[in-house]
Design a binder for this molecule. Structure first.
Ligand code: NAG
Ligand code: NAG
Ligand code: NAG
Ligand code: CU
Length: 382
């Protein structure tokens, strides 16, 4: 009982509006201590079943009021203006000096560091569900954002992706369009994130640079390939949601292809393309969260998972690295035949797996993020 009371207090306090964006403190100061991985398993389970006082709404970007769009963008810029120094246990000699990094960059750092445990494997959707939640809470606690969490439903723009409302060039409410690749190494030149005398949105990784985009309808600009927008039409996505009831991995594999196309279509930072001054061999990094569209794009991914979870009773808690009826013994007998037409199967995939978020949060079990309407998540798509 004591435990529950204590935990409710913690959960409630994380929703209190934080300080409004203050001027960046002197370089080198620790701005914020992030949580460590000390939470015990019993707390984990208890916390993940707490009922929510209310559900935070997540809305499509174009349905946000212009004030909310402006407020979300300025909160992102606020986070990017907070200097941040990593806790000493996570410092290493080849890292950038603290004055070059912001709290916003911390998410790019963590995303890159955890890349291999969070991508092209079954933990992709659950890992990003928690990661987005961390970002959303940081934006509210540190920079006072209080509006809806935005997502970008790219199916609505598949017929004409370059004119999607998310690429609006309005200097206050717009996230901006493509970059200037001829003269400026693909730096964006319009919208509220473009460099301007009174406003700098500079990303630290892999080297300090303004936001970059390089939109294209074709992967690598190769017009003999199918246009990228074919993979995220409303029909395609609907059929992905309808097929494979109960088979999480098959759903995730299919939807991940649509997701990849969106990264590739936007190009630049979102597609992990490094600034031109970096030699390609030093560019094996994933700082894709540099582009704030990342958060809208992945909220859409999270929403589609949520839609799929509710589409069929077998889906809600479905989780697997391969079809569920195949056991380890089957695999030992049948060997690679079982893997035919598949890849990245993890026979030990389990919803008990504790996902790792580096210094950014405690570890979180897959099963603790199945339901985003309880526990520490408490949001809904509207
Ligand atoms: C993809 O986008 C292009 C450019 O806007 C458009 O001409 C084409 O019809 C779109 N394709 C689909 C399948 O919607
Ligand atoms: C922009 O993307 C195109 C392919 O879509 C590529 O050929 C070009 O090199 C890219 N430009 C830069 C500066 O990265
Ligand atoms: C798994 O189930 C499917 C259909 O339910 C079946 O076709 C397949 O043979 C089963 N696989 C194994 C290894 O039992
Ligand atoms: Cu990612």
């Amino acid at each position: 009982m004591m435990l529950f009371t204590l935990l409710s207090l913690v959960a409630a306090s994380s929703w209190l509006p934080g300080l409004l964006c203050a001027p960046a403190p002197p370089y080198g100061e620790i701005v914020q201590h992030l949580q460590t991985e000390e939470t015990t398993q019993s707390q984990e389970t208890a916390q993940s079943h707490l009922k929510c006082d209310s559900l935070m709404p997540r809305r499509e970007w174009r349905s946000l009021e212009p004030e909310d769009r402006a407020a979300w963008i300025s909160a992102v810029k606020c986070l990017a203006s907070q200097r941040y120094r990593r806790l000493s246990s996570h410092q290493s000699s080849n890292e950038y000096s603290p004055e070059d990094r912001s709290l916003y960059d911390e998410f790019a750092y963590t995303h890159n560091k955890m890349h291999d445990t969070a991508h092209t494997i079954e933990y992709f959707l659950p890992w990003h569900r928690w990661f987005l939640n961390l970002f959303d809470k940081k934006l509210r606690a540190t920079c006072g954002y209080s509006g809806p969490t935005p997502y970008w439903d790219w199916t609505l723009d598949s017929a004409d992706p370059f004119h999607a409302p998310v690429f609006d060039g309005n200097p206050v409410t717009g996230l901006g369009s493509t970059g200037e690749c001829q003269l400026k190494d693909c730096h964006i030149v319009d919208g509220a994130l473009a460099p301007s005398p009174g406003s700098q949105f500079i990303l630290a990784y892999p080297i300090p640079h303004p936001l970059r985009r390089n939109m294209t309808l074709y992967l690598y600009g190769d017009v003999t390939r199918p246009p990228l927008n074919e993979t995220f039409t409303p029909d395609r996505v609907q059929s992905i949601i309808e097929t494979s009831p109960g088979d999480f991995y098959t759903f995730q594999e299919a939807i991940q292809h649509s997701h990849n196309s969106v990264h590739q279509l936007v190009g630049g930072d979102l597609n992990e393309q490094c600034p031109g001054s970096i030699p390609p061999e030093l560019c094996r990094v994933s700082y894709t969260t540099n582009d704030p569209i990342f958060w809208l794009h992945h909220a859409q991914m999270d929403r589609l998972w949520s839609v799929w979870q509710r589409r069929h009773p077998a889906n809600f808690r479905a989780f697997n690295g391969m079809p569920l009826n195949i056991t380890w013994d089957d695999y030992m007998q049948l060997g690679d035949d079982i893997r035919k037409n598949t890849h990245n199967y993890d026979l030990h995939a389990s919803s008990d797996f504790m996902m790792n978020f580096d210094a950014m949060s405690k570890g979180v079990r897959v099963r603790d993020v199945f339901n985003h309407q309880i526990g520490e998540l408490c949001y809904e798509y509207v």
